[in-house]
Design a protein around this ligand. Structure first.
Ligand code: ADP
Length: 494
């Protein structure tokens, strides 16, 4: 009998999750476990690599149990993960030599400044598609080799391995047999030549990172190996992996060139499928690998906003003017507009397309009549304005307007936000029934490798619209945008 389900392991920044899907893309079972965030110093963020792996195993077993399933019911496992987070471990003992350095960690900011001063930005951008930034893995690996006693010597002797999180999980699940990274995750390391699909010798040399510690880059949909039998009772095939934003694009079935998705989570991430070509952004976006599938590699343009839904958490936790995120919709609707108030949530600087690490948050246009509802509405509107800025940058890079957007992430439950987004974008916003696109994309990648799903068309049919948000006639989006850009100017480049 054909196996009925695919298991997605969703290893995120704050929790490990497991979601089991059926062939129609319906959720059968979910399990989730949070893990520790470690902040050793201001601006430093770490996780315990073993805890990442342990919680991931726990949720996988629990999801099977909750669904009344056994390993033999599972066709394959697909993995999606927090990207760029860096783990270096001892090949013999399997123990990390240092905590996982998380993508958010800024400890290598000075080193990145010095690389830029050396004039390497242009070359690195050309080869890797990325801007030099502590965000990416390369400087994090370098930091570990430099600062953990004996690490560099061990690495040179071939005794240490590096991996982003999917690599670490695959290595562990296969009992140390398989050391691979999928192309999308490789493309976030700043060590990977996205044209040639190879680790770049010059960059490795600059960072003194020996090639023997790097995983083998492989397509995102491919049978990498199988789990050791003792984990789940019998082996399960591991059939795919990709970074979280890439699997969200895949889960939204944005398979065609020109299709884009935006995720409104803690941060905001927009990805646009650029097909088999790399678009070199002139507007502060990154070029990245979307996925490797069927012997081809597909690329994407990516823009990220550091603070999206997090501005709502700020209203709740720091200002204390809302009780929960969901009530922001009603509060925003209780006023006709913000009365000229704009919030630029540049709490940790601004990402794409402004890239100003020194910008800080600003509220402009406050009058004696400004009240809580105006502030709440301005916070939601800021999420839409920032998304618009990314869409505009992408449109300019590809020379064609983005007229529709598929959306997901926690805040896409907010109808006010999406209505306003449609007005500001001047285009349609599509919210699917299943907004768990990140894990669903990972399941699809695995199930395509095994034949659980036969083709992309097979999967496309699973994508169902919950609601389409269209721009209101005669809306004043253009005028509002002028005000937004003035507010941004007041806190950028100071
Ligand atoms: P992540 O995966 O990035 O941790 P989620 O996709 O779960 O985040 O989204 C959570 C974010 O969405 C939080 O920052 C929260 O403030 C915001 N959020 C959740 N529900 C709503 C809502 N109804 N309206 C506005 N923001 C919301």
């Amino acid at each position: 009998m054909k196996k009925k389900y695919v298991m997605a392991l969703d290893q995120g920044t704050t929790s490990s999750r497991c979601i089991i899907y059926d062939r129609e893309g319906r959720i059968i079972s979910v399990s989730q476990k949070e893990f520790r965030q470690i902040y050793p110093r201001e601006g430093w963020v770490e996780h315990d690599g073993e805890e990442i792996y342990r919680t991931q195993l726990q949720v996988a077993s629990e999801a099977l149990f909750k669904g009344g399933l056994r390993a033999s019911d599972i066709d394959s496992i697909g993995i999606t993960n927090q990207r760029e987070t860096t783990i270096v471990w001892d090949k013999e003992t399997g123990k990390p030599v240092y905590n996982a350095i998380v993508w958010q960690c800024r400890r290598t900011a000075d080193f990145c400044d010095s690389l830029r001063r050396e004039g390497l930005e242009k070359e690195y951008k050309e080869k890797t598609g990325l801007l030099i930034d502590p965000y990416f893995s390369a400087t994090k690996i370098q930091w570990i080799l430099e600062n953990v006693p004996g690490a560099r010597e061990k690495a040179q002797a071939g005794k240490l391995l590096f991996g982003t999180v999917e690599t670490w999980i695959i290595w562990n699940l296969t009992g140390g047999k398989v050391h691979v990274t999928d192309y999308s995750n490789a493309s976030r390391t700043m060590l990977f030549n996205i044209h040639e699909l190879k680790w770049d010798r010059d960059i490795m040399q600059r960072f003194d990172i020996p090639e023997c510690m790097l995983p083998e880059p492989v397509p995102s949909s491919k049978i990498y190996g199988e789990t050791e039998a003792h984990f789940f009772g019998e082996p399960i095939v591991i059939g795919g992996a990709a970074g979280d934003q890439q699997t969200a694009l895949f889960g939204q079935t944005c398979f065609s060139e020109g299709q884009a998705k935006n995720t409104y989570g803690t941060g905001g991430f927009m990805l646009l499928n650029t097909g088999e070509k790399i678009v070199d952004s002139k507007n502060g976006l990154l070029s990245t690998i979307a996925w490797g599938l069927d012997d081809k590699v597909y690329y994407a343009l990516e823009g990220s906003v550091f603070v999206s839904g997090a501005v709502i958490q700020w209203l709740r936790d720091e200002l204390g003017i809302i009780k929960n995120a969901a009530e922001t919709e009603e509060i925003a609707r209780s006023v006709e507009n913000t009365g000229g108030v704009y919030i630029v949530p540049a709490f940790t600087g601004l990402g794409a397309p402004y890239w100003d690490p020194y910008a800080r948050g600003t509220i402009t246009g406050i009058t004696r009549g400004t009240n809580r509802s105006h502030i709440v509405r301005a916070a939601l509107e800021a999420m839409a304005y920032q998304t618009y800025d990314l869409a505009k940058a992408m449109s300019e890079d590809i020379g064609c307007e983005i007229k529709s957007l598929r959306v997901d992430g926690g805040a896409c439950e907010n109808d006010f936000l999406l209505e306003f987004q449609a007005d500001i974008l001047g285009g349609e916003i599509y919210r699917p029934v299943c907004t768990e696109t990140t894990s669903l994309g990972a399941a699809y990648l695995a199930g395509l490798a095994t034949g659980f799903w036969e083709s992309l068309d097979d999967i496309r049919d699973n994508w169902q619209i919950d609601r389409i948000f269209a721009p209101a006639e005669n809306n004043n989006g253009k005028i509002l945008l002028e005000g937004w850009h003035k507010a941004v100017k007041s806190c950028v480049g100071l």
